[in-house]
Design a binder for this molecule. Sequence first.
Ligand code: AMP
Length: 304
Amino acid sequence: MSLLVVGSIALDTIETPFDRADQVAGGSAVYISASASYFTAPIKLVGVVGSDFPKSELDFLESRGIDLAGLQVIEGGRTFHWSGRYHYDLNERDTLDTQLNVFENFNPVLPDSYRNSNYLILGNIDPVLQLRVIDSLAQKPTLTVCDTMNFWITGKNKELMETLKRVDVLIVNDSEARLLTSEPNLVKAARKIMKLGPPIVIIKKGEHGALLFTGDTIFSAPAYPLEFIYDPTGAGDTFAGGFIGHLARTEDLSDHNLKKGVVFGSVMASFGVGKFGTEALKNLSDIDIHRRYRDFVELSKFDE
Ligand code: AMP
C-alpha cells in the first residue's frame, strides 16, 4: 500500500479576528500529508517550492515518514503564497492575495517509485495537473480522492469536469458544492456531482460537520464542538488527509468504513484548527487521536 499526495505547497499569511501569522507553511499537500501520516505509510508527496521554503518544514515532513522524492525545489524561485482574512464567523473568509509564483509553471512529474501508488489524493490544484497525475500512474489506483475550490470551479470548469469523470471521491465544502452544481440544496447538489463522475461525495460544512453520500445512503458526522478555534486554514485538507489515511491503513472501502474515515477526518480537522498553520499536526499521538474518535462516537450516540 502506498499513498500519493499531490497538491499546493504554500507560505500563507493568515489573519483571524484574534491574531495574525505571516508566511507560515501550508498548502493542500502539506496539510493532507501531515494529517495522513498519523494513519499510513509510505506517503509520497508531489509538489513544488521555491528556495524560500523553510528547510525546517521539509524536515518536519520527512520526520513524519513522507517521501519527498517528488518535491521540486526551484532555486531562486518563490513559493506559492496565499493570504486570507477570517471573519468573526470563522466559516467565512476572504482571500486577500494569491501569488502563484513557482506554482504557475508547475508540472507534476512522478518519480518511477511513485507510479504504482494504490491510493491517490489530488489536493486543490489546477484540474489540468490533477488529470496529468492520473494519466502518469502505471495503473488505476484502488481509490482516487479529489479536492477542488471556487478558484478552479469558475476558472477551469471544463477541465474540472474531465477530472471528475476519473475520480472515486470528491471532497468539497458546501459553497463549492453549490457553485459546482448551481443547486442550493446540498442533497440535490451531491446527487448532481455523482452524475458528473465520482460515486462518493463528501460535503464539508465547517463547524457544522460533514455529509457523506454513497449510493442512496447519507451519513452525517458532527464537527467537534471546540471552545477555541485558532486558525481554520487547512481544516478541509487535514480532514481529507485523515479520511484517506484511514482508508489506506485499513484497505476497506465498505460504506461502514467510509463513515469511520469521515469521522477520522473530522478528528484530525478538530486538532488542526487549534494552532496556526500545521503546528497542531506536529505532535499528536495515537492516543490523542483515538480518544477524540471516542469523543465523536459519544457526541452523536443516542438510543433508538
Ligand atoms: P483550506 O482551508 O482547506 O481551503 O486550505 C487552505 C490552503 O489552501 C492554504 O494553505 C492555501 O495555501 C491553499 N490554497 C489557497 N488557494 C489555493 C489555490 N488557488 N490553489 C491551491 N491551493 C490554494
